[in-house]
Design a binder for this molecule. Structure first.
Ligand SMILES: Nc1nc2c(c(=O)[nH]1)N[C@H]1C(S)=C(S)[C@@H](COP(=O)(O)O)O[C@H]1N2
Ligand SMILES: [Mo]
Length: 319
């Protein structure tokens, strides 16, 4: 379990560039060994035991949809997190998320679909899917960002398996509610369980993935294992962690941050440098691990792929 000592992220910002690069090189070399070990006929990117943290995932396919931005270090990605179920400080998830047990794990899938509603064991949920490495920028609404080599598969592939009906206009997601293990849930920082939603065409977009790992291993508890959403063109809070329920619904679902502070957090939450948060600008961001601020791109740099989903919509009104 990695526990970050310093109460402030600045300790990782001052990691000398040389150390940072060595660490990256080490991780790349290690995953190279794993990738090299498969060459003879193993099925690509299959993993049956995802309900354990930090388990190596062999045979990963590399996605052409990856960014070539420099990746954040394993340490950065697992020590500076938002997971309010474990507290509101960025260090709380790394400190306390080990108190959550993730084995066994199942996901309830229900709602407007042709297949019957079911509690699906995580192993069965994952089995048909080929896992791949997808390197994405994650832009938090608090104006920091990271680059993460996720391991996952397209959300749309999972949705198709359950055959949503034409009434399924939105997909709603829910996080585990277990206050005995998630100390933040004993308080009221948000309404529990954490909920999120996507419009069906957003959910079906090939860039939206369900992640089970990063850096070639299953997720650490602070990152929302065994299954979390990643929607790279939206602010980070849409990427709901530790999912226990997926529901196809007709009406636009509420989402936790919108319920909590509707004037500041909307449903769409597309990354948009031109629409300020009421309390700060969204025009620039600080990449964790860097001293410098950088310009924020519309749709977090994915505008070519996703802007057409919002043709004719006023994105200042639909924030
Ligand atoms: N269940 C749950 N999911 C959550 C959150 C949370 O508090 N609870 N925080 C969100 C926010 S605000 C961000 S920025 C991302 C952070 O993901 P990371 O910690 O993997 O970087 O997770 C999102 N998913
Ligand atoms: Mo966030």
């Amino acid at each position: 379990m990695l526990i970050k000592q310093a109460p402030d992220i600045r300790s990782s910002e001052i990691t000398p560039e040389r150390v940072y690069r060595n660490r990256r090189q080490f991780i790349q070399t290690t995953s190279g060994v794993v990738a090299g070990a498969i060459a003879g006929g193993t099925v690509l990117g299959r993993y049956d035991g995802a309900a354990r943290a930090q388990e190596p995932i062999p045979n990963l396919v590399k996605s052409p949809l990856s960014t070539d931005d420099e990746q954040n270090s394993y340490e950065d990605i697992t020590s500076y997190n938002n997971f309010y179920e474990f507290g509101t400080d960025k260090e709380d998830p790394a400190r306390y998320a080990h108190e959550m047990s993730i084995d066994p794990w199942s996901v309830r899938v229900e709602g407007e679909m042709h297949k019957p509603a079911a509690d699906v064991a995580i192993e069965d949920l994952l089995r048909p899917h080929t896992l791949e490495e997808r390197i994405y920028r994650l832009r938090c609404v608090e104006a920091w960002s990271m680059v993460v080599p996720w391991v996952g598969f397209p959300l749309g592939d999972l949705i198709k398996r359950f055959e949503p009906t034409s009434n399924a206009k939105y997909v709603k997601f829910e996080t585990l509610y277990r206050p005995e293990e998630m100390r933040g849930q004993r308080g009221r920082s948000l309404q529990w369980p954490y909920v999120e939603g996507l419009r069906m065409d957003e959910a079906m977009h090939p860039l939206a993935i369900l992640a089970v790992g990063m850096y070639g291993k299953t997720l650490m508890n602070q990152q929302g294992p065994p299954l979390r959403l990643v929607v790279p063109w939206k602010y980070g809070f849409k990427s709901i962690k530790s999912i226990v329920k997926i529901e196809f619904v007709q009406e636009q679902p509420r989402n936790s941050w919108n319920v909590s502070i509707p004037s500041e957090y909307g449903f769409y939450s597309n990354v948009n440098p031109d629409v300020s948060h009421p309390r700060w600008s969204q025009a620039s961001e600080r990449r964790i691990g860097s001293f410098f601020r950088m310009r924020t791109e519309p749709f977090n740099g994915y505008a070519d792929q996703v802007a057409s989903l919002y043709d004719g919509m006023d994105l200042a009104e639909n924030y």
